[in-house]
Write a protein that binds this ligand. Structure first.
Ligand code: CA
Length: 217
């Protein structure tokens, strides 16, 4: 589930945004001033930040400087429609800009576009102590590259992208091997065993009774 942090000091607006995002299946966190926002960003993993410019504590531009090295996409939200503010926000690395008042549909569309763009451009990610790079097709654990076969790599990425969810053998097979699953197929189990061993994922990549597997992360 995608997690979005709403940084907005006006509670009514923050709650309005939250309700809208939650109705679309996003998980939300809220921060009502600049410092609380920095704490939230340090303590939780967010996929996107909606950032109001005028905030008590530290303003949105200052927080942007803080967020940038963390590579979390940001959509600025502001009442100010001045061009200079937009330019400043985008120069600082914001992904998009929303001017208050905006309607929910506009917000949701922009959120979706930014998230999609970001996921597409994201070639490297880390889960369960393992970092994969989709361009280089490398898999690194504890600073050491782990050699994986093509299917093991695809399987590993599939588990990482769906971390926390129990995945049916059928689903795994269909998505990774892109073929029809037959009940007597041991392919998935064999590959999972190999992957578990290579990445020392015993206790991390677990068997789920009568379903399949789950990567705990
Ligand atoms: Ca404000």
């Amino acid at each position: 589930m995608m997690k979005i942090l709403i940084v907005e000091d006006e509670k009514a607006i923050s709650n309005f945004i939250r309700a809208g995002l939650e109705s679309e299946g996003y998980a939300c966190g809220q921060a009502f001033d600049g410092l609380a926002a920095c704490d939230e960003i340090d303590e939780n993993k967010y996929d996107l930040i909606l950032l109001d410019v005028m905030l008590p504590g530290a303003d949105g531009f200052e927080i942007m400087e803080y967020i940038r090295p963390k590579e979390i996409p940001v959509i600025f939200i502001t009442a100010k429609a001045q061009v200079s503010d937009r330019v400043k926000g985008l120069k600082l690395g914001a992904d998009d800009y929303l001017v208050k008042p905006f309607d929910l549909t506009e917000l949701l569309t922009r959120v979706e576009v930014v998230l999609r763009r970001y996921q597409k451009g994201k070639t490297e990610f880390t889960k369960a102590g393992v970092t994969v790079n989709l361009d280089k097709r490398t898999c690194v654990k504890d600073g050491r590259e782990i050699p994986l076969t093509a299917k093991e790599f695809d399987l590993c990425v599939f588990f990482m992208k769906n971390a926390g969810a129990a995945l049916f053998r059928e689903t795994i097979y269909e998505r990774v091997w892109q073929g029809e699953y037959t009940l007597d197929s041991r392919t998935v189990d064999l590959h999972v065993m190999r992957l578990r061993k290579k990445l020392s994922w015993e206790g991390t990549l677990v068997t789920v009774n009568r379903i399949g597997y789950r990567l705990n992360a």
